[in-house]
Design a protein around this ligand. Structure first.
Ligand code: NAD
Length: 379
């Protein structure tokens, strides 16, 4: 679908949002802030929001700033006025909603994990390419200016030859055995590795390039969860997933995903070790990057803290002063701006459905490896 042109003004791009929970709100912040921070190629209109019921959608439309509301996502997808469909509904709906939106000629922005199975993610990516629409997956952590700096330091050789990588995404929101069964525990496509490990894997490949093979290990710590009635539902997915990694570059590494890491709230961390330097990063302090270089004299050598500022674009568009810090919702604003530039043809899609498919393939390879107890190729 072509965004509507209004004479000399920027073309208008009308957004339809499906799902108004945690991510629905974050995406709404992203759209609102992106217009104020970036010189976007479009004038955005928050057109319609959909949720499970008219009531939920209506209440969200008022607070999130959308003009219309519907309790039926198919009406949103079928609305010829809408140019971009944004899916923040539970994982099991992603495929059906995205394929319907693509068939209607919309650009599609969808949260991770792209689909419960890699084959479904491939179907979605192929459909988007065939229809000529643009797509994006919500890998927001990659939008952090300090993540771009880390990759730049690696790619330009500041760290020398990269030898090893350690990545982790650990939280504790499923640590209580009495926390209820949710879509994140769905037998197909659920689990900590798909939910959180997808971010850890996306960061690993963003920084070090393609992963060539994996050796996985997974464990279910809490075997049943309250079903929301009086009983309990058996849990068949991983609470903790780990993998050894071999990168195509020759570097070795590992990732860990856990949602039962008591005390951890957002440990999306990585460490990179090269022959002449190293990096360490924590999402809990995501406006900082720890940098170590052997270029410094031995007696003053040590990890030093680089603080985000206007030298790390697009930080300066949010705030002229270094050290004042971006927030989680700002990463979504950057993600929105990148997607709109891709729709306008100014840049290639940074995190297309094809990249979502790739991450899902890695997740499945780790599942296969964990079951079979052997290395699995992901080249
Ligand atoms: P949530 O439960 O907070 O929100 C889901 C929303 O979808 C709710 O408003 C729910 O009512 C709605 N919904 C459910 N069924 C629907 C239907 N049939 N039609 C329309 N709406 C429906 O969940 P969440 O935490 O926002 O997660 C949503 C997605 O975002 C998941 O895919 C999750 O993996 C992803 N997510 C991504 C990040 C990230 O950092 N990128 C963080 C959290 C969640």
């Amino acid at each position: 679908m072509e965004p509507k042109s209004l004479g000399n003004e920027k073309p208008k791009l009308r957004v339809g949002l499906i799902g108004t929970g945690f991510m629905g709100k974050t995406h709404s912040f992203g759209f609102a802030a992106a217009e104020r921070v970036f010189d976007l190629p479009f004038e955005l209109e928050l057109h319609t929001v959909a949720d499970r019921t008219e009531e939920l959608a209506g209440a969200a439309a008022r607070t999130l700033g959308f003009k219309n509301a519907t309790g039926d996502w198919r009406r949103l997808v079928g609305d010829p006025d809408i140019d971009l469909v944004d899916i923040t509904a539970p994982n099991a709906f992603h495929r059906e909603m995205a394929l319907a939106a693509i068939a209607a000629g919309k650009h599609v922005y969808c949260e991770k994990p792209l689909a419960p199975r890699a084959a479904e993610a491939a179907e979605m990516a192929n459909a988007a390419v065939a229809a000529g629409v643009r797509t994006q997956v919500g890998f927001n952590y990659l939008c952090n200016p300090m993540m771009a700096l880390a990759r730049d330091l690696i790619v330009t050789g500041e760290l020398g030859e990269i030898r090893s990588y350690r990545g982790i995404h650990a939280e504790d929101y499923m640590g209580d055995a009495e926390s209820p069964f949710t879509f994140r525990l769905d037998k197909v496509g659920g689990g900590a590795l798909a939910d959180l490990g997808s971010h850890a894997l996306a960061t690993a490949e963003f920084l070090l390039g393609p992963i060539e093979r994996v050796l996985g290990d997974e464990v279910t710590v809490i075997n049943s969860r309250p079903d929301g009635k009086d009983g309990r539902t058996a849990v068949e997915v991983d609470d903790i997933g780990r993998a050894f990694l071999r990168f195509a570059s020759g570097a070795t590494g590992s990732i860990e995903a856990s949602w039962v890491a008591t005390g951890r709230k957002m440990q999306h961390n990585f460490e990179v070790y090269g022959s002449r330097g190293a990096l360490a990063f924590s999402q809990e302090r995501f406006n900082e990057l720890q940098f170590y270089t052997t270029a410094e004299a031995g007696r003053v050598r040590g990890f030093r803290r680089i603080q985000a500022g206007p030298d790390h674009p697009p930080y300066g568009l949010f705030c002229v002063a270094p050290g004042h810090q971006l927030g989680f919702n700002d990463l979504k604003a950057i993600e929105v701006a990148l997607f709109l530039e891709a729709i306008a043809g100014i840049r290639a899609e940074p995190f297309s459905f094809r990249s979502g498919q790739r991450i899902q393939e890695l997740v499945e390879a780790i599942h296969t490896s964990a079951t079979g107890g052997r290395w699995v190729s992901t080249a």
